[in-house]
Design a protein around this ligand. Structure first.
Ligand code: ZN
Length: 131
C-alpha cells in the first residue's frame, strides 16, 4: 500500500498533492495549493515553493535557506482551521492553518492565515500573517 499524502488526505501522494507539485494538475482552490505547499515543505522542495508563490512576494534568494530549514526539521502534520473566499469567481482566498514540526527536539507550530491570489489565472501564495 502506498503511503498517504502528508497533507492529511486519505489518498496516496501521487494521487493527491503529487498531481499539483508534479504539474499534472493546477490547484483548483487556495486550499489545494496550501496543502501542496505544506507537502513541498515536508519534502524540502524549494523549487515548487518558489514557483507557487506570487512573483511580487517571491524571494528567490531565500530558496536555499528555505530548503535547508525544511530539511532540518521533522514535519508532523497539517491542520486546516478555516478558509475564506477562494471560490471560482474570487481572485483572492485565505486559508488559516496550523502546521506542526519537530525542531531540535521541540514541537513547534506555525499558525498562519495565508493570502492567496490568482496570477495568470493560477492560484499562488502571496503572504501570511502569523496568529
Ligand atoms: Zn495531499
Amino acid at each position: 500500500m502506498a503511503k498517504l499524502c502528508p497533507c492529511g488526505s486519505t489518498l496516496s501522494y501521487p494521487d493527491c498533492c503529487g498531481m499539483i507539485i508534479g504539474r499534472k494538475k493546477e490547484a483548483a482552490t487556495p486550499l489545494e495549493l496550501m496543502k501542496s505547499r505544506y507537502v513541498a515543505f515536508t519534502m524540502a522542495n524549494a523549487d515548487y515553493l518558489m514557483s507557487s508563490q506570487h512573483s511580487k512576494t517571491r524571494r528567490v534568494k531565500e530558496s536555499k535557506q528555505i530548503k535547508k530549514w525544511a530539511e532540518s526539521v521533522q514535519w508532523m502534520g497539517l491542520v486546516i482551521l478555516n478558509t475564506r473566499k477562494g471560490e471560482e469567481t474570487d481572485d483572492i482566498g485565505y486559508v488559516e492553518f496550523r502546521a506542526m514540526y519537530l525542531e531540535a527536539g521541540q514541537i513547534q507550530q506555525i499558525h498562519e492565515r495565508s493570502l492567496f491570489e490568482r496570477e495568470n489565472g493560477k492560484w499562488v501564495y502571496v503572504s501570511g500573517v502569523h496568529l
